[in-house]
Design a protein around this ligand. Structure first.
Ligand code: GAL
Length: 410
């Protein structure tokens, strides 16, 4: 080895926290699409560089399938060493039950409180002043992804906002396209509704309904308008019979569909397909109506295990996930924004840059996962599965059910 590369190797090693013994850590997550797999490989690579070994525990079928499996393994005495959840309340009961490792020592040693931005991400990891998770990204839901090809084929300009998109639907249909691609997993229609809510009813109504659980606001005229828009979305997506979110994204990538309302993780799929923002596809934050993003995303939790080496290696993984290098490498592939403001994202594509600008402007909202309990979220998901699959359910009926859910929400 040449002297210079020997020094480089030594410097790299010195920067990495090392454990006394090499440890295999099983890490569960639901990142199985092309973009997600590329991103999670960056975590594995960075952790393996510490001399330990990432044992990949991907669970196919999205969060709705993965979370019950993760939770039952932890409560059933067969915990993995680390696991993904969304920022917010999904692991609340596990933390309260004392099943999760307290990471406060790692967080304090590394000054997470000073570098995590926005601070709500760390708040979502904190219970009674102790930190139980490492936030790894900021994912926002408020995006409309449009296929430039589909609009060219239909002979209409790429829309600049939701209303123009709805108006373009007949032209897309006449050209044999599905106007709006929506997958059948329950969280997708529910998520799309929330995006319409923020765009059309505005952030104050969003905070009232999901933050204050204000049933009166849920019954009001602003939300009635959102249900009318959801009715448009239902009609525009009637022929979109795919299951997974990334299959729906693929309909946009291949120009078979006009657009998709989806979180910014969709960017990972455009990237893997070699598509370029602005050339092949267009992204409209806030549906082109209200440029605002929610600051949800993913966090890793570390179940308590009876093995000192594993416990130590858990701390190493938490630290690796928060390191500036990993934050850049992982988030560029994931389509998400880093959780620390002190890293350079010069390589970000145009859509990520828009997200970074909105974040810097402070025009942000908490995610629904941070506001609603998993129980309430399930009820809401069930409602939207029914609404999108049953054309006989009127927007008014659906709003009445929504009001009941908000009225009893926790
Ligand atoms: C979300 C998660 C994202 C993304 C998406 C689709 O819950 O925060 O990271 O992967 O699911 O799988």
């Amino acid at each position: 080895m040449k002297i210079r590369s020997m020094f480089a190797a030594l410097a790299a090693t010195a920067a990495m926290p090392l454990t006394a013994h090499a440890v295999d850590l099983e890490v569960t997550h639901w990142w199985t699409s092309g973009g997600e797999a590329a991103a999670v490989a960056e975590f594995a690579k960075a952790f393996d560089a510490t001399g330990n070994h990432w044992v990949d525990g991907a669970i196919a079928g999205s969060g709705g399938t993965a979370r019950p499996i993760m939770i039952s393994r932890i409560t059933g005495g067969d915990p993995m060493a680390a696991t993904q959840f969304n920022h917010g309340r999904q692991a609340e009961e596990l933390v309260e039950a004392g099943l999760m490792r307290d990471l406060t020592d790692v967080a304090e040693a590394e000054g997470w409180a000073d570098l995590v931005n926005p601070p709500t991400l760390l708040d979502a990891c904190t219970l009674d002043g102790r930190i139980y998770c490492v936030p790894v990204n900021i994912h926002s839901w408020q995006w409309l992804w449009l296929s430039n090809q589909a609009f060219a084929d239909a002979g209409v300009p790429v829309p600049a906002n939701w209303d123009e998109f709805v108006a373009a639907a007949p032209a897309l249909e006449a050209a044999g396209k599905i106007p709006l691609a929506v997958g059948q997993q329950p969280w997708q229609t529910s998520g799309a509704f929330d995006v319409l809510l923020v765009a059309l009813a505005g952030p104050d109504v969003f905070r009232k309904v999901y933050g204050d659980k204000d049933a009166e606001a849920a019954a009001g005229p602003e939300i009635a308008r959102v249900f009318q828009a959801a009715d448009d979305a239902r009609r525009m997506s009637a022929n979109s019979n795919v299951q997974d979110w990334n299959q729906a994204t693929n309909l946009v990538i291949t120009g078979q569909a006009g657009g998709q309302i989806m979180g910014d993780w969709a960017q990972g799929e455009f990237q893997v397909a070699g598509q370029v923002a602005g050339e092949d596809y267009t992204c409209l934050p806030g549906l082109g109506v209200n440029e605002i993003i929610s600051t949800g995303g993913d966090a890793f939790y570390f179940p308590i295990v009876d093995d000192a080496d594993v416990t130590e290696a858990q701390g190493v993984l938490a630290s690796v996930m928060m390191s500036p290098e990993t934050q850049v490498a992982f988030n560029l592939k994931k389509g998400s924004l880093p959780v620390r403001g002190d890293v350079d994202l010069a390589a970000a594509n145009d859509c990520m840059k828009k997200g970074l600008e909105i974040l810097a402007s402070g025009n942000v909202l908490p995610s629904v996962d941070e506001l609603l309990s998993p129980d309430t979220t399930t009820q809401k998901n069930d409602l939207f599965v029914e609404f999108f699959n049953n054309p006989d359910m009127t927007p008014e009926d659906a709003q009445a059910r929504f009001v009941e859910i908000i009225d009893s929400a926790d």
